[in-house]
Design a protein around this ligand. Sequence first.
Ligand code: 13P
Length: 341
Amino acid sequence: FSYPDFELQQKLSATAKAIVAPGKGILAVDESNEGIGKLLASVGLDNTENNRRKYRQLLFTTDNIVSENISAVILFDETVYQKTDEGTLFMDVLKRKNIIPGIKVDKDVVPLFMSEDEFTTQGLGDLAKRCAEYKNRGCKFAKWRCPLKIGERTPSVLAIQDTANVLARYASVCQSQGLVPIVEPDVLIDGDHDIERAQKVTEVVLAAVYKALNDHHVFLEGTLLKPNMVTPGQQCSKRSSLGEIASATVTVLLRTVPAAVPGIAFLSGGQSEEDATLNLNAINQVDMKIPWALTFSYGRALQASVWKTWAGVDANVKMAQQELLKRAKANGFASLGKYKI
Ligand code: 13P
């Protein structure tokens, strides 16, 4: 085997580095049509292509200053082809703002047979072809999410091995087509487990993922990791302090993620907007020798207030955009450990 040729390596690592540039992170707007349908319903709108387009137009036409803190966005398939009211491709709107477009390429989960009611993520079949098409359209990176749930008997060895292998295969195909893979093993926050259990599970999962990435000869400098933070389960009665969450998270990452990886961009995973910002800030204040950029790749924690303020009403667009700017700025500071309430 050999790694991608030198020129491709340079391109992949330059893109990965640009995405995690100081003070910047990722806006994840890759909700599936089903996912965004629920959000549209919550503001009284039908799940039509035009309503999905109008909401995403609101995000992408936010003042250019947003790119001081948002380096990249993760899109869902149809968004790559959609245009503003004036007829400009969203892809061009983003490029003019100096925001790097990326694409969700997994096709969501299906049951993993003979597991403990767990899941596997589909989409490998035609992945190379789809990556080539998205690359052609101007996408520079991809993301693929594998969720794992913590329970008494989960995640099982089978589910962990499957996740590691699927993510590694995905990463390898992306790089072969010139896209930076964002590798997203998501140990879910649901459950009543404590932070110690979340820490151990996340550590075992990340160790398996990096072994598989190595087995598949993935060029780590041209990848990013999108993990969960290590927190107690949402239903756990024993809550943890910001400092405990931050040091558990960084400890796990130091034990498992090679320093060759340029950046780690956390998912928000159901945390509130403020919690996601405070936790990221605390993580960046941990007094340990940290070799990677630690930033955000938030979906819900960058958009909850936007949805609430927009409420599906045209006259609220400007105000909703202000909410996006506010969250982006707060998380930009948090990614430097400089956030103040
Ligand atoms: P959340 O930040 O809402 O967990 O979304 C992250 C994600 O996986 C979408 O790319």
